[in-house]
Design a protein around this ligand. Structure first.
Ligand SMILES: Nc1ncnc2c1ncn2[C@@H]1O[C@H](COP(=O)(O)OP(=O)(O)OP(=O)(O)O)[C@@H](O)[C@H]1O
Length: 255
């Protein structure tokens, strides 16, 4: 940062520890992601990456420490509440509605807000409702275009190959303009074109993103900064170029 510019942290993780009985999955993990930045979390299997995502998204309460999402202390709040505040997450194993088309998958990601106007609006085709439906339809088109899914909009998600399903999951996560996006292995199962597309999408977004990814080329190309976990500890954090040269990281992880 520097230059006297004060950026607000969209995500702050402070001294977070998580133990499963005798297993210390995370120990005293602290880092911040300034608004609009892309931060990568890297580390070998079992380093604690999924546990960290679970703590940030509210699926798991830390044994100690705190998490604040978009400036709000969130440690004790539910995953639903964090989702309402604009946190979205994709999973290592993609989660899409197989029996819906690609377009309806994206639409469904916005429908939780309801249509407004209640039952009367359902019955009379209220103008406000029609306007809202049109705006959502336009947003579906935008997001499908952004994710390169236009050609698949009427395909059922269950019939898609893994790579395309991952793009659908990303499109769903983007539909509602998230304030914080957690991406768990976004390029897993993707071919080179799809990976390039994801890189492009991430580059085009202004959303704050935290991502876990094993593809180091992708991580180095998309992330503003990296946090390196090893056996539940942060062993380094900084710009990708610094991390690549860090002797501790090289010894522990990059080899
Ligand atoms: N529910 C659980 N009960 C007991 N131990 C757990 C549980 N979840 C995770 N662990 C342990 O916590 C440690 C961190 O696991 P975690 O899944 O967070 O790592 P990871 O970095 O996401 O690994 P991977 O890259 O393989 O997904 C591991 O030692 C794991 O075995």
């Amino acid at each position: 940062m520097g230059d006297g510019v004060v950026m607000s942290a969209a995500l702050r993780v402070e001294a977070v520890s998580v133990s499963f009985g005798g297993v210390h999955a995370l120990t005293d993990v602290s880092f911040e992601v300034p608004a609009g930045q892309v931060c990568g979390v890297i580390g070998p299997n079992g380093a604690g990456k999924t546990t960290l995502f679970d703590v940030i998204s509210g699926l798991r309460r830390p044994t100690s420490g705190s998490v604040s999402v978009t400036g709000r202390e969130s440690t004790g709040t539910s995953a639903v509440r964090r989702a309402r505040a604009g946190l979205r997450r994709t999973f290592q194993r993609t989660q899409v509605f197989g029996r819906l088309t690609v377009a309806d998958n994206v639409l469904a990601a916005m429908e939780w807000r309801g249509g407004g106007g209640g039952l009367p609006a359902d019955l009379v085709g209220w103008r406000g409702r029609r306007r809202l439906e049109r705006a959502r339809g336009e947003r579906v088109d935008e997001v499908l275009e952004l994710c390169g899914l236009n050609g698949l909009r009427d395909a059922y998600a269950a019939a898609l190959p893994a790579g395309a399903r991952r793009l659908v999951e990303l499109a769903r996560a983007l539909a509602d303009a998230p304030s914080l996006l957690l991406l768990d292995e976004p390029t897993s199962g993707l071919d080179a074109d799809q990976t390039a597309r994801i890189e492009e999408v991430i580059g085009a977004l202004e959303t704050t993103i935290l991502l876990v990814e094993h593809d180091m080329g992708f991580v180095m190309g998309t992330c503003d900064r990296l946090v390196v976990l090893d056996l539940g500890h942060v062993i380094a954090s900084g710009a990708p170029a610094e991390i690549r040269e860090d002797p501790v990281v090289r010894a522990a992880y990059l080899g």
